[in-house]
Design a protein around this ligand. Structure first.
Ligand SMILES: Nc1ncnc2c1ncn2[C@@H]1O[C@H](COP(=O)(O)OP(=O)(O)O)[C@@H](O)[C@H]1O
Ligand SMILES: [Mg+2]
Length: 463
């Protein structure tokens, strides 16, 4: 059921309960007030005639009934005198024999009271007036029809019922308007959301109230903006990667087209095929990195305990030849500690940083790999004495495919994806990748890994 109707139903039910409550409370208060008025009248009337009525009490029941009949006619009621034991002494209707015991609730009282009872004769008022004479104690019982009280009560109830029905009707309409007003923003949000298509992703809605709906609208707007940003990035990434892949392909095509012309020249032929193989290797590397980049989002980390020793062995095996070839010395200063990370991914990030450090260093320089454990994190630092990064390039080096102008001269195979991948891997581990650099002096990359959150060996996360 629509929220609007749910609200309407709830509000109407509340009004209904409230009205019934008012009806019950006001009705009973009115009845009480009315009855106490009637009681007072009856008691006053009874007291006024009591002296005369009891003149023959307890000497003669016969004479007493004479008085009772006279006043009974006057007041249009039945009068019964009772003796000290509350048994009939005389009756204005002359129906009850002397000493008859009556079974009436009002007779259980000792004080002066007035009762209203619904009987087979209609609504009746019973009034009991105790009296004391020198000759003995007794009671006067007055039984009067209370039809006018009943009629008054009935009329009042009817009036109340009409008033309540009318107000209920008004409340019904009012709660419909209120629920429509309250849920209107939801309908607007739905309408605005329905406008969003894969081709048109915008969410426009002006809303003035400051409430949860406002927060919801802000959150949706933020989400749409993020989706658009992500989409833009995807598009840019796709176009850049196609462009980057096209370059080696075009070179390869050129080489292949010229290959028949150099068939006779052994030296040229060798050179061409070597070029071809280089381009293929470069392309393969780039495709591998692209695959890794697309996979990295939503990957499940397989964390395991890794020691500093393992890191050093891995890096030494992977890079000793490259370092020798580039005449760069590799130095390790790793604090002996254990940390938790996804081995494959984490080594990939370190490899990218170390490969850069070696490749962007002139011969004779040193690359130092350090690990320090401080309060809350492990800090890996890869420092070189290489070409450094110019200030204008610094903000962009983590952007996919970005390469500084002078980078190609130092590293022809580069694709500009290495740092972006390393940064994403660091962030997947809830860590950070930062850089310190001095142009033409050297660069330090710091990969920071939190300590505590890595205790669970396998953690599922997606980012
Ligand atoms: N250690 C370093 N020293 C100097 N410049 C670096 C270093 N590491 C990265 N860079 C710069 O950052 C750019 C991006 O690095 P990266 O993403 O690894 O791509 P690639 O190495 O394939 O060019 C490089 O092209 C280079 O300009
Ligand atoms: Mg690189």
């Amino acid at each position: 059921m629509k929220i609007q109707y749910q609200l309407w139903l709830i509000l109407s039910a509340l009004f209904l309960i409230l009205s019934l409550g008012i009806y019950a409370v006001v009705g009973s208060a009115y009845q009480e007030r009315l009855q106490s008025g009637y009681e007072q009248i009856a008691v006053t009337q009874g007291l006024a005639i009591l002296d005369e009525l009891t003149k023959a009490y307890p000497a003669s029941p016969k004479r007493s009934s004479g008085y009772l009949q006279k006043y009974g006619r006057q007041l249009q009621c039945r009068l019964i005198l009772l003796n000290a034991e509350k048994k009939v002494f005389a009756d204005s209707f002359n129906e009850l024999a002397t000493n008859t015991a009556l079974n009436l609730a009002v007779l259980r009282e000792e004080r002066q009271v007035s009762y209203f009872l619904q009987t087979s004769f209609g609504y009746l008022q019973y009034t009991l007036l105790p009296f004391t004479k020198a000759e003995g104690q007794g009671y006067l019982l007055m039984i009067q029809p209370a039809a006018s009280l009943e009629a008054q009560l009935h009329a009042f109830r009817l009036w109340m019922l009409q008033a309540i029905l009318l107000s209920l009707l008004l409340c019904f309409l009012l709660s419909y308007a209120v629920s429509a007003w309250l849920t209107e923003p939801i309908r607007k949000i739905i309408a605005a959301l329905k406008q969003i298509t894969p081709h048109r992703r915008s969410f426009t809605l002006t809303y003035r109230r400051r409430d949860e709906i406002k927060e919801l609208i802000v959150a949706i707007k933020k989400m749409v903006a993020e989706l658009n940003f992500y989409d833009e990035n995807q598009k840019r990434f796709l176009s850049m990667s196609s462009h980057e892949l096209k370059t080696p392909l075009a070179t390869m095509q050129l080489i292949l087209e010229n290959l028949p012309y150099v068939r006779q020249d052994e030296e040229k032929f060798q050179e061409f095929t070597a070029d071809l193989s280089f381009q293929i290797k470069k392309m393969k590397q780039m495709v591998e990195q692209l695959l890794l980049m697309t996979k990295i989002h939503g990957i499940t980390l397989q964390k395991q305990a890794l020691s500093a020793q393992e890191v050093q062995e891995h890096l030494w095996q992977s890079f000793q030849h490259l370092a020798e070839e580039k005449q760069v010395s590799l130095k390790f200063a790793l604090e002996q500690t254990t940390f938790y990370a996804d081995k494959l991914l984490f080594f990939q990030a370190l490899d990218n940083l170390v490969a850069n450090a070696i490749r962007y260093s002139p011969p004779g320089k040193q690359v130092k790999i350090m690990l320090k454990t401080t309060g809350n994190f492990h800090l890996f630092s890869i420092c070189d004495q290489g070409i450094g990064i110019a200030e204008k390039d610094l903000p962009h080096i983590f952007t996919p495919f970005y390469r500084a102008d002078d980078a190609t001269a130092w590293n022809q195979e580069g694709s500009g994806l290495g740092l972006s991948i390393a940064k994403q891997i660091a962030e997947l581990h809830q860590g950070k990748l930062t850089v310190d650099t001095v142009w033409q002096k050297g660069t330090c990359f710091h990969l920071q890994l939190p300590r505590e959150s890595n205790k669970n060996v396998t953690l599922n996360q997606s980012s």
